[in-house]
Design a protein around this ligand. Sequence first.
Ligand code: ATP
Ligand code: MG
Length: 556
Amino acid sequence: MAYETTNFIHQIIEEEMAPGGRVEGQEIITRFPPEPNGYLHIGHAKAINMDFGTALKYGGHCHLRLDDTNPIKEENEYVESIQEDVKWLGFDWGDDFFFASDYFDEMYEQALVLIRKGLAFVDDLSAEEMRDYRGTLTEPGKESPWRNRSIEENLDLFERMRKGEFADGEKTLRAKIDMASGNINMRDPVLYRISHTPHHRQGDKWCIYPMYDFAHPLEDAFEGVTHSLCTLEFEDHRPLYNWVVEHTDVPHVPRQIEFARLNLTHTVMSKRKLRSMVEEGLVDGWDDPRLPTIRGLRRRGYTPLSIRNFCDRIGVAKTDSMVDARFLDYCVREDLDQSATRAMAVLDPIKLVIDNYPQGRHEMCTIENHPKNPEMGTHEVPFSRELWIEREDFEVDPPKKYFRLFPGNEVRLQKAYIVKATDYETDEDGNVTVVHATYDPDSFGGNAPDGRKIKGTIHWVPVDEAIEAEVRLYNPLFTVENPDAEEADYRDLMAEDSLVVISKAYVEPALASNEVSEQRYQFMRKGYFIEDSKHSTPEHRVYNRIVTLRDSYKPE
Ligand code: ATP
Ligand code: MG
């Protein structure tokens, strides 16, 4: 993969790589550090693209590091899904796969370094007292009465914390920085807390766990990360990040640079909300094609390339903004227009009977798999006397400029024959059930022998050989642009038509195969589709519409 994009972070890195710069001659090392407490979403894809893309651009490495310092929430299911999703997006961490918890011993050593330097102390304040002592944005905090314990006493107490002599919350290890700092993160932040909770990888080995602000800079420093790219909410934590690196005995000095989170319209990305939608059954699992999760986008049929292009093109800024979800669709459509195989499917079928076409006759019509790309080859569709066509392609009383079928009018059946509607049948409610037509036997391939102009072309599938399929159409999951900004519960803002199921559609017989295919199709005039990896079977095909063919939306 080539990474051509540039942004303010790349400019900083290039300045630092230049002669005399901080990382001159060094390999550029970045990391993607997800917490294994949920599935990745499109926001993570932005971070992944940034972290892995930057390393690729400068010939370096990006580490995949599971940030599992918090023992309560992590699950192996998430560890595996994160790896799968990063790979699916097209990135490779090589041998650089790490767990933050593997550094617990070294982190403990570094806490001792701080204690010995008189830069950390064991505090007996409760969480509530600590809050009272912390001060506010406008008022300085107060020093803990335990702040001036001797180094020996601190070493002894910290050792006993580790051995499990104290209950959860009874003591903490805090950095000794500045209770009057204008940055609240620097007011003697907690470095370790007690939690008698087994860890998914470390078991019962630990009952003290490092806080994120202490652990993260150490992990970066241990791994030789040169650039620790993260989202803006960590900007105020950067002084503490630098303080930890400066005062511990670590072999490398990483630099943290922040960029804006991705927010997308008409969806939510908070793990809590995503999880509750899944657990309450409001969606069909973490991979519901309407969700912004990587699994959801994948099942929906979005391509990794289009997601990477999207991430490159939204750019990297220093202020949070909301990106129009239609821009993601635009990137998907752009990729699929190049790569998807063309085929025919009828989503709202009515029968077309060609009365002068011989019973039992079959002719093969050749469909180009891609009109602009002959290397993609062709496939055949059998033509016969009875076809399915779209209900909307026939009108008894056509409006003006309607060029499809109506009594007396001719249309071209895609790659087959020109037919003229002659008559129709209706049910007791007046709905058209069958259209009768005659065909021009000399128009095979779709061209009139006398050169007469045929304005309309419609798609079709043969009744006797078409495959019955369920088709699922998707609309935005939420009725409002930013559900997080509304007062109403986000559940009440979910759109009723986010999933529209068509239970009986028909697709070309060429689409039949013994397995569920990952092939993406453009169903002519209907959009881009893929088989649903969860529910489609050779006996009951289910297709997801990935995106419509076009949208009035144009990116700036
Ligand atoms: P949590 O609330 O659990 O901390 P998180 O969104 O921070 O959730 P992590 O798994 O910790 O999730 O995120 C891993 C990385 O992905 C972090 O570096 C984070 O900054 C980045 N990231 C998460 N959400 C977004 C987003 N919407 N846009 C860009 N980057 C994101
Ligand atoms: Mg996080």
